[in-house]
Design a protein around this ligand. Structure first.
Ligand SMILES: [Zn+2]
Length: 178
């Protein structure tokens, strides 16, 4: 029994090493269905930055080709501007939604199709808080807004340090050390 348990441990360690070396996790190229979310708590603010494959947002990664695609892109961008609908920091932190920035170059009028066939959307959300460090969690509702999104790789920085987490559909809560 001992031997098989240590055999399992070795296999698991090998698997982790293989994942870390995987080109999907290494280079810049995104993985469809997977978003990134970076979060930081400060005394008077919580800031959230997300990076999404455009495929998960509008279903394509090139400029819109017709009015229907343009309308879909506009509707999704409007939805992604609604910080209060997408994110709810722990009420203990006393946060209110503030500035939002959205950056999706391929959806700009006159944009060219990306050379490598992939395009992203980046967004930032600034919440002003009475005490951002009191947040024990942030509710993230990106899976509701984006049916193609399956997983979110989370990195958070709080006064306790850095942490990583993975949010898998249908989970919504990012727990924070405080
Ligand atoms: Zn892509």
């Amino acid at each position: 029994m001992r031997a098989s348990a240590s055999g399992f441990a070795r296999t698991a360690a090998g698997l982790v090493a293989a994942l870390v070396a995987s080109p999907l996790l290494a280079g810049k190229a995104h993985e469809h269905g997977v978003g990134r979310l970076d979060l930081a708590t400060e005394p008077a603010a919580i800031t959230i930055a997300i990076d999404l494959p455009l495929e998960a947002v509008v279903g394509f990664e090139r400029p819109p080709r017709d009015d229907a695609e343009r309308a879909r892109a506009e509707a999704m961008l409007a939805r992604l501007r609604d910080a209060a609908a997408l994110f709810s920091p722990d009420p203990a932190a006393g946060c209110k939604p503030g500035a939002v920035t959205l950056d999706a170059p391929v959806l700009q009028p006159g944009a060219a199709a990306p050379k490598d066939g992939h395009a992203d959307l980046a967004a930032t959300y600034a919440f002003t808080c009475s005490d951002g460090h009191r947040a024990a969690f942030v509710e993230v509702r990106l899976f509701d807004a984006l049916p193609r999104l399956q997983r979110i790789e989370v990195q958070a920085v709080t006064r306790k340090g850095q942490m990583k987490a993975v949010l898998r559909r249908p989970a919504t809560r990012v727990a924070l050390a405080r």
